[in-house]
Design a protein around this ligand. Structure first.
Ligand code: SAM
Length: 223
């Protein structure tokens, strides 16, 4: 299957940079035809690519045949609820241009719950300009976006990709939802009309062993 370029694919390099070193397992939610999953497989030992569309899941299976990629055809929140995707088990969770297809707050919190301690989340999402400032920023970015588009010979994508523009939030809504769902997350607009959320799960709590407990107790009490 051939590669192609569009504003979602333009975010793959950022997504790959957000992966933790020695990534054991990665999950791509709303994987489409599996182009990102194919790239993740070069850096993670095991990849799960999930999409609710039978046609996209089939294209993802064909694209990733022979790689350590398991393609799951399912609705994301239902898959977690049904135990298909175990919690606290992924080193890296990502999603590109799919968050607005779901309840975004529930989806982000559920994505976070799938991370192992210290695991990382990177989500690229779509937002719409609804204020004068948003329109100004979008207009200022347009020459750059067009230049990048031309440099790649124009944008294209796989046939049959489900798209939906009904529930795309404003930039302010997108940021508020992300920061409420994931306190401490990093949220930023990218130069290509998307935003990026990055979040790291807290590390595992340090185990108190009998030895560390005794050495604490041996200390004289603080004044
Ligand atoms: C705009 S496409 C983006 C696909 C791909 N991530 C990309 O960047 O090209 C959104 C994808 O999310 C999938 N999707 C929509 N709702 C979903 C859900 N509830 N669970 C899993 N996937 C979903 C769609 O089938 C579609 O393939």
């Amino acid at each position: 299957m051939t590669d192609y370029w569009n504003l979602n694919v333009a975010h793959h390099a950022r997504i790959l940079r957000a992966m933790p070193p020695n990534c054991r397992s990665a999950l791509d939610i709303g994987c489409g035809d599996g182009l990102l999953a194919q790239k993740l497989a070069a850096r993670a030992k095991w990849v799960v690519a999930l999409d609710t569309s039978p046609e996209m899941a089939e294209q993802a299976r064909r694209r990733t045949a022979g790689l350590d990629v398991e393609v799951v055809e399912a609705d994301f929140l239902a898959a977690v609820r049904d135990g298909v995707l175990p919690r606290r088990s992924f080193s890296f969770v990502t999603s590109v241009a799919a968050l607005h297809h779901m309840d975004p707050e529930a989806a982000l919190q559920t994505m976070a719950s799938l991370l192992e301690p210290g695991g990382r989340l990177a989500v690229a999402g779509l937002a719409m300009s609804r204020s004068a400032l948003d329109w100004l920023i979008a207009a200022a970015q347009m020459p750059l976006v067009q230049t990048i588009r031309l440099a790649h010979g124009g944008a294209s994508g796989p046939d049959g990709m489900p798209v939906s523009f009904d529930a795309i939030p404003s930039w302010t809504q997108a940021r508020t939802t992300a920061l409420e769902a994931l306190p401490g997350a990093r949220w930023r607009r990218t130069l290509q009309l998307r935003y990026l959320i990055e979040w790291t799960a807290p590390p595992a709590p340090r185990l108190v062993t009998a030895h560390t407990l005794r050495s604490t107790m041996d200390h004289p009490p603080l004044p």
